[in-house]
Design a protein around this ligand. Structure first.
Ligand SMILES: [Mg+2]
Length: 287
């Protein structure tokens, strides 16, 4: 890995402009069975149209993904849309070759699996269970007054101070100890009106992608996106690359958004460019 990249890539494929990107693409080609291809939907697989309800996958998108998916570890769609909407607009259900497609919707808060046809909400962040267990001890140690109420929200734990004799004082007293507790377990504290809620830090495509790659044991990743919401996924790939997991960042280029192109290893021309790239990838891997 690193700056001395000397991979030669098949000439059918466009050359990433960065050494890290060339390493990422080379790793995918060398061991496709451990590679994950992760793609945004709107603007990446589906052309942007004035009415978002009318957005549909590029006509070649599903056929090309169906060729690619069987030779890869996994293909995953990562979208801000509700998962089922993306499945419908993408035409992803019931496609031979896409039996194991996963759609992470609502920035990862939802997940649709082609294998079951079901959409589900992933289990809560493991830190929530740890916090639930440690919370009484932390409250006692902090000298929490009478009237503090713990609300178990399943995906979060909330501590209410409204019923304390002095709700504001109790709130301020607990703020720091709870922040420390949350931090120890990878959670964030969301303050509200006399309530401190300990929950998973905001969902974004980066977290969704990183969790999925960990789950699938990905050895390399190609991520393609077109918009600012994809920067979190780019960041996740950058972090993985720093840990030694090769990756290539593809930008579905448009005139509307330039921030992604500046970060990408490979810029292609919109959804048709993305689909074209995936098609050439499928050709090379079929050889
Ligand atoms: Mg998009």
């Amino acid at each position: 890995m690193g700056s001395h990249s000397s991979h030669s890539l098949p000439e059918q494929l466009p050359e990433p402009t960065t050494p890290a990107g060339r390493d990422g693409l080379a790793a995918l080609l060398a061991d496709p069975g451990r590679a994950v291809v992760a793609l945004d939907f709107d603007g990446t697989l589906a052309p942007i149209v004035p009415d978002p309800d009318q957005a549909r996958a590029h006509p070649d998108a599903v056929p090309v993904l169906a060729r690619l998916a069987p030779v890869l570890r996994s293909v995953v769609i990562v979208t801000g849309r509700p998962a089922e909407i993306a499945v419908r607009h993408g035409g992803f259900a019931g496609v031979p070759g896409l039996e194991h497609l996963v759609v992470l919707g609502a920035y990862g808060a939802e997940r649709w699996d082609a294998a079951t046809g079901e959409t589900r909400t992933p289990p809560p962040h493991p830190g929530v269970a740890a916090v639930r267990k440690e919370l009484p001890g932390v409250l006692e140690e902090a000298g929490a007054p009478e009237g503090i109420r713990i609300e178990d929200k399943g995906r979060a734990v909330a501590v209410h101070t409204r019923r304390a004799a002095d709700p504001t004082a109790a709130f301020e007293l607990l703020r720091e100890p709870l922040r420390g507790l949350a931090e120890r377990h990878g959670l964030a504290v969301e303050p509200g009106r006399f309530v401190l809620e300990l929950r998973s830090p905001g969902v974004d495509k980066g977290r969704a992608l990183a969790d999925f790659l960990r789950e699938t044991g990905a050895g390399s990743v190609l991520y393609g996106g077109d918009d600012l919401g994809d920067l979190a996924a780019y960041d996740a790939v950058d972090r993985l690359r720093a840990e030694g997991v090769p990756g290539v960042l593809v930008c579905s280029g448009s005139e509307e958004v330039t921030a992604l192109a500046e970060r990408a290893d490979l810029v292609v021309d919109g959804p048709s460019g993305v689909v074209g790239l995936l098609g050439r990838l499928a050709d090379v891997l079929a050889d």
